[in-house]
Design a protein around this ligand. Sequence first.
Ligand code: GLP
Length: 263
Amino acid sequence: MEVVIQPGSAEMASLVADEIERLLAAKPDAVLGLATGSSPLAVYEELIRRHRAGRISFARARGFLLDEYVGLPAEHPEGYRNVIEREFAAHVDFADGAVQAPPGAVSSAELPDACAAYERAIAEAGGVDLQLLGIGSDGHIAFNEPGSSLASRTRIKTLTEQTRQDNARFFGGDIDSVPRHCVTQGLGTIMDARHLVLLATGSGKAEAIHQLVEGAVSAMWPATIMQHHPHATVLLDEAAGSRLQLGGYYRQVLADKPDWQGL
Ligand code: GLP
């Protein structure tokens, strides 16, 4: 796992956008794993900027979202399908239907088949080349809450009180408006992506980041499964990295890294 500590989210976003620009130049039909939440927003802004400057095209790329709330009306502005459209997809040149989200709006009887179909769609697209990730303060990735199977696939989950509290800010501060359930790619699904790129900022993520990078692999801190991934990059600001035991070492590795080596 590579740990990259940067002064702030602008520098983090620029490094991730470089990586995506390199990927799309080499493979214009690449499959991007898209995340919602505030952590990847600066990356999307940078990608939009580079698209407008004529540097990146998504015309042949595809995108798959990590997760979706269950039970929100299709037009709800906080539904993740709508969030990704508003924050990113609508501002670049994805083809119609090229960005897909897990099935949050099907009946519970249809859900298992719809989850299996989402897994198939990712596989049929060739699998995810680069998966963007944020992390919850309880160590969840996508919506894989503590206790999630480390081998899980796309399925329905119940959100923890902590996650609903953390996400209430997107629902006017009202926790009762935050759905109780979600459909999320599983940890096994996420681990199939070829490159995992996780971004975290702020001291509220410091313990989760310490566990992710330096803790024991455990379903109690679901993101720790990333320690088993052969190509995982964790980008942090100083605050999110403030509880790392080996912070000095990660900085030294980065300083000594050859220029030609990307993330
Ligand atoms: C939500 C999302 C996750 C995201 C997490 C952190 O729970 N389902 O994918 O990583 O929030 O969000 P933020 O980046 O806003 O801190």
